[in-house]
Design a protein. Sequence first.
Length: 142
Amino acid sequence: EQVEETYIMVKPDGVQRGLVGEIISRFEKKGFKLKALKLFQCPKELAEEHYKDLKAKSFYPKLIDYITSGPVVSMAWEGVGVVASARKLIGSTDPLQAEPGTIRGDLAVQTGSKQICRNVIHGSDSPDNGKREVGMTANIIE
Ligand code: DAT
Ligand code: MG
């Protein structure tokens, strides 16, 4: 039981489709604490740093193009076990696989395998990455 921080980013499709309020609401209702929030256009260098572990993937160039294609809303959320809880709230990476009740399951449009990057939201996958990703954007969002 550890108080952690996670980096949540509403991706360009989520911002464009007006889902920011709904997404914030789900985290608020779970009792997590909003520490920082900002709407901004993600610079290419930050996108590349953020997704550096995926550099070898075939979809990486499309992912970087996509995430820099429009404004995102980045947030830092704090709470006990918030990293794993946020991943559960968010649901599976592929909108086709995401369960109803999850953010992606309820809100991501099922556009097929070529559009997996349009899955509404990012959430850190470990407490270490939570710290890393919040730290990376601290000068922008706080
Ligand atoms: P997650 O965002 O669920 O942590 P990830 O870290 O494996 O998933 O991948 C980061 C993003 O890259 C993901 O949200 C959408 C995109 N992506 C992942 N797998 C993909 C694939 N097979 N084809 C296209 N885009 C993909
Ligand atoms: Mg990930």
